[in-house]
Design a protein. Structure first.
Lengths: 474, 215
């Protein structure tokens, strides 16, 4: 086809028509966006007028020296309303339906102004939360409950919890997960404001307090896999000054020394990368090192950063690399002792004995929705495959028992299966709950049976050494 | 019959998009627990449908047949984005009330359906009348069901509390489905009645004319 033929062809006409339509529409929307875009200031004024019904004077508070990233919410902005002395807080509640739920929370103070005395109006504008599809289902009367139900020390739980269960305070909104995010926003705001008003620190339990050297580690994104006596970590660090998050793969051996160390994502910015210690950058400095070495460089508390090995001109980046190594070696024993696939297992009620190379479990599961606790006897052999599997107490309720997969009910499905099989059904992290093998009408019960099997195989090594009759107890 | 009258009656009654063609069901079931949201959605669709019909009819001779659907989608998406911007700026309460369903108008089958079935075969004025008629038919149907669901499901009308008695199920999508079904049944029954009466009247006239001619 010649150029002339192309310009006369139908292909060209189609392309031209499509491009023209796209261009005109794009230009039109660009102009309209310039004219109609709602600024953050305008949104804030709308919130104020919705809350107060009139114009009020506000003053933004400086919260830069406070921890604004709480376990339940992120505090975005805090304003003091000059007219009545209350505070308006913009907070993003974690764990909503489509992520964080951005809310505005009015906080009333006690007469001395040193602590939270109540919750005023709460609102979650739909415009700020496009991922919360059902936010418009939550009516004003539900938002009003925050103010009505407030008392000192309250932790709101109107939405469904992590296990899909309705708490004592549950209210039906048709948007339970968005409501969970809103509750988190209000709870986080109260915690933050109590600390802000009193000038104290935020008293929150650190869910990772059992881990050593985790201050610079992003614990939510860091993962590890146990391979016999070795642990391979995929460490994700936090940012540290100019240095952004690093991703580092570290393997620690039985001797609690680093076997391999590789930076997979280098978070250095502004060319600081070039100033990093080359032996840190390629990981060779860390191979063969134990915890004592790390302590000698970054100190007992992990905060020392003036050692010449680190202070090479890219101190922040080098510190993050040391933090990752220290985290890996320091937590070797703790991570080896952690159970896997235990989210639905009542570990306190679960017992275990060792016979030769067989580990015999008497597992008690937790409840799961309508399904109550199961008791299951499982034997895992040396090849880490299930030898016997028998349900001794079936926790199914409301006749769901009849809908259970028969091969799950009599345990025959599990005999001879290894951990890979369980992972293929319930996922590597145990979060897949809708596989066809499970979803037979008694999904919750079937899932608990799978969880018990996965728990038994995944923790074989640990119990072989630590259970009654095991190597460590002989 | 005047062609504009026919287009109007088709959009409003004989081919009512909600009750006769059962189109645009997603926003219908999602929003009819509130009369205000239902009416707002109906009016928004009316404006977008009319504008899209006009634009597509005006461009019908310029757009090659092979790429007409992508072009229509781009036009409709542009109008919906514009409507979102407009409502967010000037009617934020309605914008909040419509929630995610506002963006979903892009894939509302009434709009693409009328573009494909009518606007690309007729002139601008006829397309505009068709858009208004279908939009009105959709708006009236949605508002009517919104009133029923909100009144019996929440005991209120357009947000104004009227009574404490309520049947909560009717304020949920399942209840909306139930009300939608009943409304379709009643509408089809009434339209059948009209159609039967019209046919009887036409037959009677034809018979009288025949008799007159015979005499």
């Amino acid at each position: 086809m010649t150029v002339k033929q192309f310009f006369k062809s139908n292909i060209f006409k189609c392309l031209a028509a499509l491009l023209c339509v796209l261009l005109v529409c794009g230009v039109f929307l660009t102009i309209m966006n310039g004219l109609l875009a709602v600024s953050d200031e305008e949104k804030f004024q709308r919130v104020l007028s919705e809350i107060y019904g009139k114009s009020v004077t506000t003053k933004k508070q400086d919260v830069s020296d406070k921890n604004t990233n709480l376990s339940s919410a992120i505090i975005n902005d805090v304003y003091k309303v000059e007219d009545d002395g209350n505070y308006i807080v913009n907070a993003s509640g974690k764990n909503g339906y489509g992520g964080n739920v951005k809310c505005w929370v009015v906080i009333l103070t006690k007469p001395d102004g040193k602590s939270v005395g109540g919750v005023g109006k709460v609102t979650a504008p739909i415009a700020d939360n496009p991922a919360e599809s059902f936010l418009n289902k939550i009516g004003a009367s539900v938002y009003d409950k925050f103010a009505k139900d407030y008392k000192d020390g309250i932790v709101y739980s109107y939405g469904k919890d992590e296990n899909d269960k309705e708490g004592e305070m549950f209210v039906k909104t048709d948007a339970s997960y968005s409501m969970r995010g809103i509750c988190n926003a209000v709870n986080g705001t109260i915690t933050f404001m109590n600390a802000f008003l009193s000038g104290g620190d935020i008293e929150e339990e650190d869910p990772y307090e059992d881990f050593a050297y985790h201050t610079l580690i992003n614990m939510e994104d860091t993962s590890w896999t146990k391979n016999g006596k070795e642990i391979t970590y995929n460490v994700v660090t936090k940012g540290n000054g100019e240095a952004e998050s690093f991703k580092i793969s570290v393997t620690v051996g039985e001797d609690k020394k680093i076997k391999t160390y590789a930076i997979t994502v280098n978070g250095s910015t502004f060319d600081y990368d070039a100033d990093m210690n080359p032996a840190i950058k390629d990981g060779s400095l860390f191979v063969g090192k134990d915890l004592e070495y790390f302590k000698s460089i970054i100190g007992e508390d992990g905060e020392k950063a003036d050692d010449p090995v680190i202070a090479t001109g890219a101190t922040k980046s080098n510190s993050l690399c040391f933090a990752a190594g220290a985290f890996a070696v320091a937590n070797y024993d703790y991570i080896q002792s952690l159970k896997e696939f235990d989210a639905y297992i009542d570990v306190e009620e679960t017992s275990c004995t060792v016979s030769g190379t067989d580990v015999i479990y008497a597992i008690t599961t937790k409840g799961n929705g309508e399904a109550e606790s199961f008791k299951i006897s499982v034997t895992v052999g040396e090849d880490k495959k299930i030898k016997t599997y028998a349900i001794t107490v079936n926790g199914s309720t409301f006749d769901y028992d009849a809908d259970m997969n028969p091969a799950i009910k009599d345990g025959s499905l599990f005999v001879g299966k290894d951990l890979d099989y369980f992972k293929s059904i319930i996922g590597a992290d145990g979060n897949v709950k809708d596989n066809a093998v499970i979803a037979t009408g008694a999904t919750k019960s079937n899932y608990l049976c799978f969880a018990a099997g996965a728990f038994a195989i995944a923790n074989y090594d640990y119990y072989l050494n630590n259970a009654e009759g095991g190597a460590e107890n002989e | 019959m005047n062609k504009y009258k026919k287009i109007t009656l088709d959009g409003l009654f004989y081919q009512n998009p909600t009750f006769m063609l059962v189109l645009g069901t997603c926003p219908t079931l999602g929003l009819i627990n509130s009369a205000f949201s239902s009416m707002g959605m109906g009016l928004t669709v009316l404006v977008i449908l009319t504008l899209s019909n006009i634009i597509i009819s005006a461009l019908r001779k310029l757009i090659p047949n092979a790429v007409r659907i992508p072009c229509y989608i781009v036009v409709i998406a542009t109008l919906v984005t514009f409507a979102r911007m407009f409502l967010e700026k000037f009617v934020p309460s309605l914008y909040d009330g419509l929630g995610g369903f506002l963006a979903l108008i892009v894939v509302n089958c009434i709009i693409l359906g009328r573009a494909e079935a009518f606007a690309n075969k007729h002139g601008v004025l006829e397309a505009a009348v068709d858009g208004v008629a279908n939009g009105l038919g959709f708006t009236v149907a949605l508002t009517l069901m919104g009133i029923i669901c909100e009144f019996f499901g929440k005991g209120s009308l357009f947000g104004l509390q009227i009574m404490s008695f309520k049947i909560g199920m009717l304020a949920s999508p399942a209840g909306a489905f139930f009300v939608y079904g009943i409304c379709i049944a009643v509408f089809v029954y009434v339209m059948d009645g009209f159609e039967r009466a019209r046919r009887v009247k036409a037959n009677k006239l034809a018979r009288e004319n025949l008799l007159k001619e015979a005499a």
